[in-house]
Write a protein that binds this ligand. Structure first.
Ligand SMILES: NC(=O)c1ccc[n+]([C@@H]2O[C@H](COP(=O)([O-])OP(=O)(O)OC[C@H]3O[C@@H](n4cnc5c(N)ncnc54)[C@H](O)[C@@H]3O)[C@@H](O)[C@H]2O)c1
Length: 277
């Protein structure tokens, strides 16, 4: 549909079931792309737990499901907080598919929420290191290959409504996502000369694994039932619903395509009109 056949796409944080990354992967497979599915693979350190991540088994299952439909994908475990792992991720991508055309920086931690007076230094670091530093590291190494290839590229950062507005109990998350927009704009200005476009997508609430945890957290905080809390979010949305993973996946396909050839440095809301600046 978008003339992306054979493009090589790498999606971080793509292993977890029902996540935005998984939907983005399927969308690019449908477009005829070759896809690298990357995720942390196993929980590391005190701030991570296997309940909240995409495991190596999850990645393998997704690769197999894609192969069963005739698509081409590989899974590579990578903790985006560490440069040596990120460097290896891109080296293996080039080894396998020969190039990299599109990077989707999707890996994110959104379940370490706490009053700002109680946020631990280790949780702050886990959120900032994954959401912001991880986006920087993946961009750095993808852009090196894209510049060497000499045919441009597209980098899409999954930011958030929290990149534009403040949210309680989410100091680290909100700060990291605001930072992602700064990084997006700086990289767009700097990498434009190589034909590399850099954009961000800002979704509002989507009930993924991460979103489900947030529903539980905020409904408890507000003393509402889970369903009443979810309804309250829908009620304040101009389109009367929460987001779908496919809403983000469609936007990524558009932004990666030539249909968006003159769009860079953009922070596109995908929020049903809830966020509009
Ligand atoms: N769900 C929402 O409401 C919502 C709204 C706006 C933005 N987002 C953003 O969308 C992205 C995807 O979120 P999701 O809702 O699909 O949640 P998710 O939990 O399904 O996906 C996040 C993925 O990131 C991976 N990850 C976490 N730390 C990592 C690390 N250090 N290295 C590599 N991978 C790591 C996890 O394993 C997981 O697979 C995140 O960046 C999130 O902040 C989500």
């Amino acid at each position: 549909m978008y003339n992306l056949t054979d493009k090589v796409v790498l999606v971080t944080g793509a292993g977890r079931r029902n996540g935005i990354g998984e939907a983005v992967v399927w969308r690019f497979i449908t477009e005829g792309c070759r896809v690298v599915i990357s995720d942390i693979g196993s929980a590391k350190g005190t701030s991570f737990s296997n309940d909240h991540i995409g495991t190596t088994d999850d990645m393998n299952r997704l690769v197999e499901a894609i192969a069963a439909q005739g698509g081409q994908a590989i899974g590579i475990a990578c903790d985006v907080r560490f440069e040596n792992e990120v460097e290896h991720l891109f080296a293996r991508t080039i080894e396998t598919f020969g190039r990299i055309d599109i990077l989707i920086n999707n890996a994110g931690v959104g379940y370490l929420m706490e009053a700002v007076t109680n946020v631990s230094e280790s949780d702050w670091d886990a959120v900032l290191d994954t959401n912001l530093k991880g986006t920087f590291l993946c961009t750095k190494h993808a852009a090196r290959h894209m510049i060497r290839q000499g045919q441009g590229g597209s980098i899409i950062n999954i930011a958030s409504q929290a990149a534009k507005s403040g949210f309680p109990f989410a100091a680290a998350y909100t700060a990291s996502k605001h930072g992602v927009l700064g990084l997006t704009r700086s990289n767009a200005v700097e990498l434009g000369q190589y034909g590399i476009r850099v954009n961000a997508v800002c979704p509002n609430h989507i009930t993924t694994g991460l979103g489900h945890w947030q529903n539980q957290y905020f409904s408890n905080k507000l003393g509402l039932s889970y369903d009443d809390y979810l309804q309250s979010i829908k009620d304040r949305n101009p389109l009367g619903r929460t987001g779908l993973v496919e809403d983000v996946a469609k936007t990524c396909a558009f932004l990666a395509s030539d249909q968006a050839a003159y769009i860079t440095g953009e922070a596109m809301n995908v929020s049903g009109g809830e966020e509009y600046h």
